[in-house]
Design a protein around this ligand. Structure first.
Ligand SMILES: O=P(O)(O)OC[C@H]1O[C@@H](O)[C@H](O)[C@@H](O)[C@@H]1O
Length: 312
């Protein structure tokens, strides 16, 4: 499988496929999903940055511009490969619903594409020397049991000094459908104590920690306890200011008017098997979403693109 992928899609000196099971310590490989041999991970290194992407979940795992000492993305040391489960960190794709299913709590949280194998549609180099990868996923009889629609998803990733991730939803059926979704980015930080999220002053948010009450943000967002919020009518540009590592990460979104900020803090983090107890100090999720009242209707034959650009 890895050899075939390399024969078809590798780019000399820039992109290759590796067996992901060799990248994870054996005690963190709980069960390798059966659909595809090995656990293919795309490894990219070009003039601008290094990145890795798992075919499982269409999941960007790491992105480090050449100018940066530390990865912009957080991947837990306790993240594990487990069939049916997503990986903790990077950029999981939540689709076609964000969070719990609105009517049926037995359905998986954050939808069902973060734990499926995506196929490679294309790899290439842009005229400016960035690396572009497109992965795809379509409905099957099994997904139609979970969500009765015909669809095609494409994740369009460009690795340069900026990481661009576009998630394209195509409606291949005869009826409109409505989605919520997220590029659920885990940003790595030096220490959560020194983190300020900029750009959300005076926006309204739904506070999930306090049972969904609506509040208004005053000033920058600082995190010193569990935070789980859906911000609404957000501007397209947010930033994470990290005083410990003295860097600022810019997040530019398109096709999204909401953003989710999440940190489980100590007590909740300790309950996650795939998070180390003190991992909550090392990341904050600032997610580019269509969530809460920000819902998207996609008409037959039409497509919708949600996009997040990340850079330092
Ligand atoms: O554990 P999961 O399913 O990856 O979700 C992690 C978190 O994801 C966030 O987006 C949600 O707002 C949180 O409520 C949730 O706990």
């Amino acid at each position: 499988m890895i050899n075939q992928l390399n024969d078809r899609y590798a780019i000399d000196g820039q992109l290759k496929f590796i067996d992901g099971t060799t990248e994870f310590p054996p005690d963190r490989i709980i069960s390798v999903p059966e659909e595809v041999e090995g656990f293919p991970i795309i490894q990219i290194e070009n003039n601008f940055a290094k990145a890795t992407i798992a075919l499982y979940g269409g999941h960007v795992l790491s992105f480090q511009p050449m100018t940066e000492a530390e990865d912009l993305l957080f991947l837990s040391e306790s993240a594990r490969i487990q069939a049916g489960k997503g990986l903790r960190g990077g950029i999981p794709v939540c689709w076609p619903w964000f969070g719990p299913h609105p009517e049926d709590s037995t359905l998986p949280s954050h939808g069902f594409v973060r734990n499926r194998f995506w196929s490679v549609l294309s790899t290439g180099t842009t005229p400016g020397g960035e690396t572009q990868i497109q992965l795809g996923l379509t409905d099957t009889p099994e997904t139609r049991e979970l969500w009765p629609h015909a669809w095609e998803l494409v994740i369009d990733i460009v690795v340069g000094d900026t990481l661009t991730v576009g998630l394209i939803t195509r409606n291949q059926g005869n009826e409109p459908f409505t989605i919520t979704q997220a590029l659920h980015t885990y940003f790595q930080v030096g220490n959560i104590d020194g983190v300020r999220i900029l750009g959300l002053d005076r926006t309204e948010y739904i506070d999930k920690v306090e049972g969904g009450v609506q509040k208004s943000q005053a000033g920058v967002v600082e995190i010193d306890s569990e935070v789980d919020r859906i911000y609404m009518n957000v501007p397209p540009k947010l930033a994470i200011d990290d005083s410990t590592w003295k860097r600022q990460i810019q997040i530019l979104s398109k096709g999204s008017s909401s953003a989710v900020v999440w940190n489980p803090w100590s007590e909740k983090a300790a309950k996650f098997a795939d998070l180390s107890d003190d991992d909550y100090l090392r990341f904050v999720c600032v997610e580019t979403t269509n969530a809460g009242p920000d819902q998207i209707e996609v008409f037959p034959g039409h497509e919708y693109r949600l996009e997040s650009k990340i850079r330092n």
